[in-house]
Design a protein around this ligand. Sequence first.
Ligand SMILES: [Fe+2]
Ligand SMILES: [Fe+2]
Length: 243
Amino acid sequence: MEIHNIETLREEHQWILKPIENAIKEIEKLPFYMSMEKINTVAELFPITRQLFHHSVTFPKAIGLMLSTTSVENGYLYKMYSEHAFEEATHHLMLFDWMKKNNGVKEITELFEEKANSATNNCINLGYQLAIERDYELWIVMINLAIERAFLSLFSILNDKVNKLCVGHEYFSIHVVADVGHSLSGLEYLKVLDPKSRKGSFLIKKSLDSLSVWTTMIHSWIDVNLRPHFNNDGLIIKNNILN
Ligand SMILES: [Fe+2]
Ligand SMILES: [Fe+2]
């Protein structure tokens, strides 16, 4: 997609991008981001990255499943899914490489034996569920526009952090660039909607729901049980701290 097109699409789709941006700003004020500021050693990052690994290793599969359940009539979407799956395909190996180099893990099997926790699984399962339901609109708003945007915010912080700790790695730096593209991917297949219309407000709500699930996931990585609820402007209306 050309730059001009991206900018035009970005403007046209403010009806959904704006609430998502608002929600990201809200999420960045929550305890996970506060705790990141206090991290001074690479070892403190491993509980986070060990769970992140499970998201990373399953994501290309969910995208592949989405591609494989797409009807032939919607074959124009193949390229979007296949490019995304290809780009994510080796990220878990990069993350393992970083953890191994910094003595966070010895063998990749250790990570597979540990498994994803239930909050990480809930986020992973959003992708699998959408693939089974074959809902490409929800896929674009929940996975691309919302979750990839949230990961962009996370990776910007993580990339700065690992650089500061002198343990920078391609895994982190690549996401600061790649997730800009991933978080806008699919915009061209979305209709421009009135945010107050039934369909428009439904898609906004679902995108913010997925950010809720994502936020609970990253907080589980620091042992905080939290679930934010957003209004359709992307502002937190209720922030349930569950423990
Ligand atoms: Fe990735
Ligand atoms: Fe991504």
